[in-house]
Design a protein around this ligand. Sequence first.
Ligand code: FAD
Ligand code: NAD
Length: 486
Amino acid sequence: MTAESSREFDVIVIGAGAVGENVADRVVRGGLTAVVIEAELVGGECSYWACIPSKALLRPGSALHAAQLVPGAAEAVTETLDASAALKHRDWFTARWQDHSQVKWLEDTGIELIRGRGRITGPREVQVDGLDGNSYALKATHAVVVATGSTPTIPDIDGLKDVPYWTTRGATSARTIPERFMVVGGGVAGVELAQAFARLGADVALVARGRLLSTFPPEAAKLVAAGLRADGVDLRLNADMHRVEKNDDGSLTVTLGDGKTLTADKLLVASGRHPALANLGLENVGVEAQNDKPLRLTTDSTGLVEGAASDGTSGLWLYAAGDAAGKALLTHQGKYEARATGDAIVARAAGKIHGAPQPWSPVVQTANEHAIPSVVFTDPEVASVGPTLEQALIRGINATSVELPINVSGSQLLSSGYKGWAQLVVDEDRKVILGATFAGPGVAELLHAATIAIVGEIPLERLWHAVPSFPTLSEVWLRLLEKYGL
Ligand SMILES: Cc1cc2nc3c(=O)[nH]c(=O)nc-3n(C[C@H](O)[C@H](O)[C@H](O)COP(=O)(O)OP(=O)(O)OC[C@H]3O[C@@H](n4cnc5c(N)ncnc54)[C@H](O)[C@@H]3O)c2cc1C
Ligand SMILES: NC(=O)c1ccc[n+]([C@@H]2O[C@H](COP(=O)([O-])OP(=O)(O)OC[C@H]3O[C@@H](n4cnc5c(N)ncnc54)[C@H](O)[C@@H]3O)[C@@H](O)[C@H]2O)c1
């Protein structure tokens, strides 16, 4: 490190992923100054190694499959996917892992960028080891926001640390499609990337400890499993990966708990993620792991981190949002948290928040409690918001559910032999929808209607008057309400 420079900003944001960018944006819109510290690429995981490239790799397969299921169009499909064109299109979506356009957005928005690794050294103080070789001692007048994202959780599997393997970064930035591809983990990342690689030409095996997509209703997960099997994915469910070894030809052999073996050219470990809080200096402000458990932050509904030491002026200075806060590891929900946190910082700076702000006010992340939407972008898709029936019952709510296969004119037009499933979870005391799940091709776009119904607490009797257009997939709403008894 050479020069040491001291700077003061109203707000320091550590991490310039989608979440850090959005916090800084709201803060600057509110008239405060903001700096973001970024150690890698401005835009973070979603733009370069997660949402965008994974969806870019999935889309060619779902487009082709959709055409193959429409008589008349199917006859026109005479070729298989062009994997190298798909990889090239993915390269375009990731801007070839260059962040010029996002840096320009920061400049245009009036947000300062310091490239380097940030570390909290005391209340409102951040030290940055700049990528330019300089060291920066920063002071925040109002707030420091931890928006450092998450990192893959690597399971303790015999031999794994001695062999080369991919995490999701390796898979989403693949230069070629491996011949034999193995995925460990039956969560969202595992199923999406297994299908993307299968459709791009790999022989794929997926090893999951239980069933696929364990946080989604089993009926939805079964449709995804059928979709993966139809693409030739060798699903090893309820299977443990016991050991992995490297062979002389560079391939890997995995031994499962039942003694069976699988050989692959590339192994993807997609077994969950945890907040990226290591080496952040949180211990310098009294935020430490308890009882040998991994460090997790506890944040209130505005994003304030509990337990952060004060510098004597006010305790309210340390915030976290997005994956780092660990509430919902999803870009859209992280950006929602970012908007609330950014606005809360501005409101507190102006002395406009006294005590706990009201739920559903702009500075509170109330939707985290009721309506977190998420989509699994496989073919078929799964789109879900709010609690499942089981989750609602565990919360002590008097809940029931109504479910049916999706079979309306809109689905029949979308593809012959359309297979889908839909469920509404209903609060019987308030007669409103608590949750919804849709599974099937093209259901992702059905989800926002459910999110609006839940957030708006629309009574079922009024929802009855929301007439879906004919012949669209949305007619499933009508069938669900009819089956419920309206
Ligand atoms: C394969 C995959 C696919 C996904 N697909 C979807 C999807 O389709 N839809 C969806 O909603 N979500 C998806 N997600 C989740 C989504 O990627 C994350 O929720 C999102 O990226 C979180 O944003 P963030 O800004 O909190 O963190 P990140 O995007 O991880 O940004 C954090 C930034 O902080 C920087 N940083 C960390 N520590 C420091 C430090 N000390 N100093 C300076 N900088 C630091 C990092 O370099 C990084 O750029 C996917 C995830 C994966 C793995
Ligand atoms: N479409 C999307 O929105 C999308 C896509 C991909 C990822 N994501 C987000 O990224 C995060 C990470 O995704 P993910 O799929 O890695 O996490 P996940 O938590 O969804 O799934 C992890 C899976 O790995 C399994 N697992 C854990 N330890 C294991 C072990 N030792 N051996 C075998 N399996 C093991 C778990 O049982 C689980 O099925 C998720 O929280 C998700 O929200 C979102």
